[in-house]
Design a binder for this molecule. Structure first.
Ligand code: MG
Length: 391
């Protein structure tokens, strides 16, 4: 196959990865050769990864989990596709020549590969939170150095990217991200204390992985998104806000000093922001449900309740604090959510563990100076959070 835009999808079996592959295939079916996939990577879901590889015929396919290599070889051995395993192979995939990279690896594991893609100065569509939450200053510095085009894929940040006029940055009064409020928006503190992992994973509007579903239920996800927005758009913490909007039709609001408020609207479907990133700077078709406001009928908005959702307040605190606080917040939250999903702690304990870790692990003023340093702070904070689980 020759011609076409060369793409790599890092984390192709997660929900963003699968939707990206879906859109690529949708467009290639209509106009063969529009996109040429050069590399696909996944953590360990070999079955899905191999199925995608057979359809898209990339040059290179890698799994992060070394133990999954044997199965990958069994699935794709004998084809012309080069195979790899382990962290270095994922970085190799990111470093391969391509014009556009979807960086949708979940967790701190996405840091190095995403940076490897960014350092090539190409277009990087960012769906990984950790790059900005754990090492935002370092990451954005590398984006500026390399001249990479960074396109946020998270629906709220993608929305801000679309309506924020960077030339008018001095005229921006506030940037507001909308939040669904999660499945416990109307629950009492007492009811929330008894929440089960299955209940927490039932997001009202999206089907997502367990970790991000729990983060949406605690509103930690919105807190992490505020930290991301601060780095992506250079917006000062005091100008960043959250409004709960259960219908998730409006994805952001950017207010200017003349009183104008620009919003981006759309049906809640990840394929819209992914299509925006895939087509950028052009707009390409996405086979999503069209927004019919008359049918939606009502849009409602409310203030987030920081008493019932203390994770959001903790994230806002970490954002204002800066330094290592966001890195610690994120690491402690991962430990706490994992413990909740494993049935070791209750839903309301997630915030307690994160708060205790922030107090116990914080090294004031210590901001990560390199990716290695950020990963070291992340590892220290995880160990510290594990100790808080028992308290
Ligand atoms: Mg989001």
């Amino acid at each position: 196959m020759t011609g076409g835009r060369k793409l790599s999808v890092l984390g192709s079996t997660g929900s963003v990865g699968v939707n990206t592959v879906d859109l690529i295939e949708h467009h290639n079916a209509k106009a063969p050769g529009t996109y040429r996939v050069v590399a696909l990577t996944a953590k360990a879901n070999v079955r899905e990864l191999a199925a995608q590889a057979r359809r898209l015929q990339p040059a290179f396919v890698a799994v992060a989990e070394p133990s999954a290599y044997a199965e990958l070889k069994q699935e794709l051995g004998g084809t012309s596709i080069k195979l790899g395993a382990g962290g270095a192979a994922i970085e190799e995939a990111a470093a391969m020549e391509s014009d556009w990279v979807m960086a949708s690896i979940i967790g701190a594991a996405g840091l190095r590969p995403t940076l490897a893609a960014v350092s090539r100065g190409v277009t990087v569509s960012l769906a990984n939170k950790e790059c900005l939450v754990c090492a935002g200053d370092l990451f954005m510095k590398e984006v500026r150095r390399s001249g990479a085009t960074l396109l946020p894929v998270d629906s709220e940040h993608n929305a801000v990217f679309q309506v924020l006029d960077a030339r008018q940055s001095a005229a921006i009064e506030s940037v507001t991200l909308t939040a669904s409020g999660g499945p416990f928006r109307t629950w009492s503190v007492a009811e929330m204390a008894k929440v089960t992992p299955a209940q927490a994973c039932k997001h009202p509007n999206y089907v997502m992985g367990a970790k991000i579903s729990v983060d949406s239920a605690t509103l930690m996800n919105k807190g992490l998104e505020l930290i991301e927005a601060h780095h992506l758009f250079g917006t000062a913490p005091e100008r960043l806000g959250v409004v709960v909007h259960p219908q998730q039709i409006v994805h952001c609001l950017v207010a200017y000093r003349d009183g104008s408020v620009l919003a981006q609207l759309g049906s809640p479907d990840m394929r819209t922001p992914i299509a925006y990133a895939l087509g950028y700077p052009d707009r390409i078709a996405a086979p999503t449900a069209r927004l019919d406001l008359a049918q939606v009928g009502q849009l409602s908005f409310e203030k987030p309740d920081l008493e019932r959702f203390p994770c959001l307040a903790l994230a806002q605190h970490a954002l204002r604090e800066g330094g290592a606080a966001p890195t610690i917040l994120n690491a402690a939250n991962e430990v706490a959510v994992e413990a909740f999903l494993a049935g070791k702690i209750g839903f309301s304990e997630i915030a307690r563990v994160v708060e205790a870790a922030l107090t116990a692990c914080e090294s004031p003023g210590r901001a990560p100076t390199s990716i290695d340093d950020a990963l070291a702070i992340d590892a220290e904070a995880r160990a510290c959070a594990v100790k808080q689980l028992a308290n």
